[in-house]
Design a protein around this ligand. Structure first.
Ligand SMILES: *Cc1c(COP(=O)(O)O)cnc(C)c1O
Length: 372
């Protein structure tokens, strides 16, 4: 059995350090918005390269509060992708705004920057690009469109901590960047967590208030906020793990290069492409294959933990049915949804395991061709 992700292997390496950090919090008596959250916020601002970060309860809250902080709500449109996790568009609906779906680039799986402009209306307030699978979007083009049309940009970086576009980390191009520390992410806590990156002090202050019931001063509430504070325990764990993130991302990239080589002879497998001058962090290693559903089943039977991210594009989800999209509206998104499959990818994955994954996948493709 080769799982898509094995968190226990990571814990085996850093468990002692994590346990020490957690015990210190337990003994400290300070469990909410204490010294670890403060330190994590400044360490991550330095790491990502922005003026401020605000630690939150989840990536979903980061997206939601980003929209709130920019006063995006009822009657406003946000241009984004349907080829992502539902939290991206859920946050847009939570604030009462309308997601407008833009098709994707077939090579990068990310929003097709060349198709954004035709979707802009007088109601458009923001563009929400998602750096899917750890691959940066074309931020030059997106920022250029945003500037010309006076739109906000909120980057969904939940899968892309450490990823760079032209030497600059994602989450620092737009007005706000949103990160998740869900346990399976490249920098994952042992529970939920999220973060906002921001350069504007005013926006930072607004998000700090929204995170804690809408008031900057205790028991003075200026607007309706939420409870989205990150726990000290999670912050302490994340501070330990932050020391390893570059090493882990480097391993993921090496594994991606190894997979690419192992698949280079098999013309049925389309391996992921990287944009020029980007640093992808391979949250997922996702290939395109024929007969995907059959082969997915065969891989599962063979003990390979392959997954489909995501099996239904968001414009076809029941939750967004009221938007009125139909099959055929986003042809490239739909086509990719049918043929993508994500293979085991985590820093501790071994070369032997990668060889097994590769040979099993190639075998399954041959078998399914013989059956057809
Ligand atoms: C994980 C993820 C989120 C949500 O993060 P949570 O911390 O689980 O709330 C949002 N967008 C994308 C693209 C994600 O992968």
């Amino acid at each position: 059995m080769i799982p898509i992700l094995d968190s226990k292997r990571q814990y085996a390496k850093i468990g002692a350090e994590v346990e020490k950090a957690v015990c210190e919090v337990l003994r400290s008596g300070s469990y909410i918005l204490g010294p670890n959250v403060k330190a994590l916020e400044s360490e991550l601002a330095k790491y990502i390269g922005c003026n401020y970060t605000v630690a939150l309860n989840s990536g979903t809250d980061a997206l939601h509060l980003a929209l709130r902080a920019l006063d995006i709500g009822k009657g406003d449109e946000v241009i984004t992708t349907a080829f992502t996790f539902v939290a991206t568009t859920e946050s847009i609906e939570i604030v009462g705004a309308t997601p407008v779906f833009c098709d994707i680039n077939p090579d990068t799986f990310n929003i097709d920057a060349d198709k954004i402009e035709s979707l802009i209306t007088p109601h458009t307030k923001a563009i929400m690009p998602v750096h899917l699978y750890g691959q940066p979007c074309e931020m030059d083009k997106i920022m250029d469109i945003a500037k010309r049309h006076n739109l906000y940009v909120i980057e969904d970086c939940c899968q892309a901590i450490g990823a760079e576009y032209k030497g600059q980390k994602v989450g620092t191009f737009g007005d706000i960047g949103c990160y998740s520390f869900y346990p399976t992410k490249n920098l994952g806590g042992m529970g939920d967590g999220g973060l906002i990156t921001v350069n504007s002090e005013n926006l930072k202050n607004r998000i700090v208030a929204l995170r804690n019931h809408g008031g900057a001063i205790r028991y003075h509430h200026d607007e309706i906020g939420v409870n989205s504070r990150l726990d000290e325990i999670q912050a302490a764990i994340l501070r330990v793990k932050l020391n390893y993130i570059d090493e882990w991302n480097k391993s993921r990239r090496e594994h991606a290069a190894t997979y690419n080589k192992l698949f280079s002879e098999c013309s049925d497998i389309v391996t992921p492409k990287e944009l020029h001058d980007t640093y992808c962090v391979y949250h997922q290693y996702t290939v395109k294959i024929p007969n995907r559903d059959n082969i997915h089943k065969m891989l599962q039977e063979a003990g390979i933990g392959a997954m489909l991210y995501y099996p239904i594009p968001l414009h076809m989800q029941k939750v967004h049915a009221h938007l009125g999209y139909k099959m055929g509206d986003l042809p490239i998104t739909e086509k990719n949804t049918e043929c993508v499959i994500s293979l085991p990818m985590f820093p501790e994955l071994t070369i032997e395991e990668q060889k097994t994954v590769a040979s099993t996948l190639i075998e399954c493709i041959e078998k399914s061709k013989a059956l057809a």
